[in-house]
Design a protein around this ligand. Structure first.
Ligand code: BG6
Length: 494
């Protein structure tokens, strides 16, 4: 089942509890307290606060309703935190006075509370600060809304959730809500993920829990639903009769850059493939060893925080087989790697050959429909056409919808910005539900356990390349993926 079908289905079949209905209908007025736990960490500085700032600039966080709280263990003042964040918010060296003022006004909405992640004192303090804000702002006329963003390692989720539940829940008689946002990695395998889900599930109901996978907030991922179901063109095509294979590829042209210690505990499958790339869940058959290639870039272990003999993969190519009526026989290739030759993420749907090949052009390449998530957001359809001129020759070309050119002046929101706004609005459509999480771990856990035990080795590859050559070989042999040579899509320049 594709992500889009899955989303449509889950909306239609969702068997909502009265609580989830209450939450959906909860009024969107009254004081709004946004608490960023782990406020001095990398994620908060680089993603969460900048996303909040952009929402503020666009008027989604009205200063008469909103207060943002940073919470972490370090003992610093409100101003210390504001100064630490400023550099991540100012657009650039040539920022206008107006932009700088906007940053200052936003920073003034932020307060800092220090405390540990498992002590009553810190959370009581936090609750006191939030309550003060609520009584100052509009809670007298409306309900209070409390949003807790856990920019923290998952190991502390259960204790932090317990503290929030015990000391920091919304207590307003006028209604409102308490919502929790958590970040991946949600566990390390099926068992640990289920345990985490159970522990959090005992404290909060599913409609209160927002599991962020920021890839679900990317513009072109969100477009897939419309694309697939609002276009007649795709209806008869989207199946095993026409599609030869589907590739979902993530490449980065840099390594782990200071995150080696974290990365080594997880590896590329847990960091990227099990979540960002995996939206095909139902009816996936067990992964076969000979359809997996793992790699590790040379130099990865030079990082002091990475053990000398680490086998953690920084590259993986995995073929998934979906056993259902629509997709039987169509390989879904998930590929991700660090320190490769490019930075890009795309979904490539390759069609089967045209029977007959009357123009003898099959060797030039197959039709492909490509969704480029980043950079240079685009969708293009690779076609064979007549080469302009007197001769009846064929050439590979494309129908190209490049966003920057087609939607000039439009701003594409950052994934985090959109998802935080969804959380405030109570829309869980683009978040990971518990059963989805379980299904994704079920697919990868057996392979991950074998890698952890050292039974599956990573092949070394040179940084700046396509990864281990074995991966291309396996894709050709096992997935029938036919690479088009001599054709490169060049994003149009304005
Ligand atoms: C994160 C991974 O979830 O996504 C990182 O932990 C990765 O390893 C990042 O670099 C990629 O996100 P984006 O939006 O920059 O493609």
């Amino acid at each position: 089942m594709s992500s889009s079908e899955w989303h449509v289905e889950r909306r239609q079949s969702s068997n909502e509890s009265p609580l989830s209905r209450d939450l959906e209908n909860a009024p969107e007025t009254g004081s709004l307290s946004i608490v960023v736990l782990g406020a001095s960490g990398d994620l908060a500085k680089k993603k969460t606060f900048p996303a909040l700032f952009h929402l503020y600039v666009q008027g989604f966080l009205p200063p008469n309703e909103v207060c943002i709280f940073g919470y972490a263990r370090t003992k610093i003042t409100d101003n210390d935190l504001r100064n630490r964040l400023r550099g991540y918010l100012v657009p650039g060296k040539d920022s206008s006075l107006e932009q700088l003022e906007e940053v200052s006004k936003f920073l003034n909405l932020i307060k800092y509370v220090s405390g540990s992640y498992d002590s009553k004192d810190g959370f009581c303090n936090l609750d006191k600060e939030i309550s003060e804000h609520e009584s100052l702002k509009s809670s007298a006329q409306g309900p209070s809304r409390r949003l807790f963003y856990l920019a923290l390692p998952p190991t502390v989720y259960p204790s932090v959730c317990k503290m929030i539940k015990t000391y920091c829940m919304n207590k307003s008689d006028l209604g409102g809500w308490t919502r929790i946002v958590v970040e991946k990695p949600f566990g390390k395998d099926l068992e640990s993920a289920e345990q985490l889900s159970t522990e959090i599930g005992e404290l909060f109901e599913e409609p209160q829990i927002y599991r962020i996978d920021h890839y679900l907030g990317k513009e072109l991922v969100q477009n897939m639903l419309v694309l697939r179901f609002a276009n007649r063109l795709f209806m008869p095509q989207w199946n095993r009769d026409n599609i030869a294979n589907v590739q979902i590829v993530f490449r980065e042209d840099f390594g782990t850059e200071g995150r080696g210690g974290y990365f080594d505990q997880y590896g590329i499958i847990r960091d990227i493939i099990q979540n960002h790339l995996l939206q095909v869940l139902e009816s996936v058959l067990p992964i076969k060893d000979d359809e997996v290639v793992l790699g590790q870039y040379e130099g990865y272990r030079d990082d002091d925080t990475v053990p000398d003999h680490s086998n953690t993969p920084t590259f993986a190519s995995v073929i998934l087989r979906v056993h259902n009526e629509r997709w039987e026989g169509v390989p879904f290739i998930l590929k991700a790697g660090k320190a490769l030759n490019a930075r890009k993420a795309d979904i490539r749907v390759q069609f089967k050959d045209v029977p007959g090949d009357i123009f003898k052009c099959q060797k030039q390449g197959r039709n492909e429909f490509v969704i480029r998530l980043q950079p240079s957001e685009a969708m293009y359809m690779k076609l064979t056409v007549k080469k302009p001129g007197l001769e009846m020759e064929t050439i590979q070309s494309e129908l190209d919808l490049s966003y920057r050119q087609r939607y000039q002046g439009a701003t594409i929101p950052e994934a985090y910005e959109r998802l935080i706004l969804d959380t405030i609005r109570g829309d869980q459509q683009h978040f990971v539900r518990r059963d989805e999480l379980k299904a994704s771990w079920e697919i990868f856990t057996p392979l991950l356990h074998r890698i952890d035990k050292g039974e599956f080795k990573s092949i070394p590859y040179k940084p700046g390349t396509r990864g281990p050559a074995e991966a291309d070989k396996v894709l050709l042999e096992k997935a029938g993926y036919v690479q088009t040579h001599g054709y490169i899509w060049i994003p149009p320049t304005l």
